[in-house]
Design a protein around this ligand. Structure first.
Ligand SMILES: Cc1cc2nc3c(=O)[nH]c(=O)nc-3n(C[C@H](O)[C@H](O)[C@H](O)COP(=O)(O)O)c2cc1C
Length: 155
């Protein structure tokens, strides 16, 4: 079984969380690969005509983790573009993760997860779990540890 971790990370926060998840998966003897979703140039909330320089292929993976940041109360545009062009995910279990700066999940976290869920369920994936990490949390380290354990144990 091969687990693909598809991550979009502008400043490294989300990447650091998926690295913790990958470590936990590997320590349980599971094969997990991190693949980066990268825009060509600027891809902020106001950017037009975003293009991806890297859009990793999901077909070889049995299970997937999609992870990205919240931008302007929504999923980051590059991750939206990537997920909106995914092929079928039928038969695959997926977990979804977002990181965000603002304290409450209603400042974009819930919406970004709902957007990711829709991209996945439209493609017939089974949603196995979700997580939101708030970067300004006083217990950030523990939060990452908790979510990394939860998500890695789903698989
Ligand atoms: C342009 C921009 C818009 C953002 N909008 C939000 C937002 O609406 N809500 C929020 O909680 N955090 C917001 N953030 C904070 C990021 O989601 C947060 O720093 C995240 O952890 C960055 O992840 P990354 O380092 O993987 O890119 C925004 C950051 C940027 C750069």
């Amino acid at each position: 079984m091969k687990i693909g971790i598809m991550v979009c990370s502008q400043t490294g926060n989300t990447l650091s969380v998926v690295e913790a998840i990958k470590e936990k998966l590997n320590s349980r003897g599971l094969e997990a690969v991190i693949e980066k979703v990268e825009p060509q140039g600027e891809a902020g909330p106001g950017s037009r005509n975003i293009q991806l320089k890297s859009a990793p292929d999901v077909t070889d993976y049995d299970k997937l983790i999609f992870a990205g940041p919240v931008n302007a109360f929504s999923l980051a545009p590059a991750m939206k573009l990537y997920m909106s062009n995914l092929p079928t995910l039928e038969g695959k279990d997926v977990a979804l993760l977002v990181t965000k700066g603002l304290k409450f999940n209603w400042t974009g976290g819930n919406k970004a997860i709902a957007q990711m869920k829709k991209y996945c369920t439209d493609r017939r994936a089974d949603i196995a779990g979700t997580g939101i990490i708030v970067w300004s949390s006083k217990t950030l380290k523990e939060d990452i540890e908790f979510i990394a354990s939860e998500i890695s144990e789903i698989f």
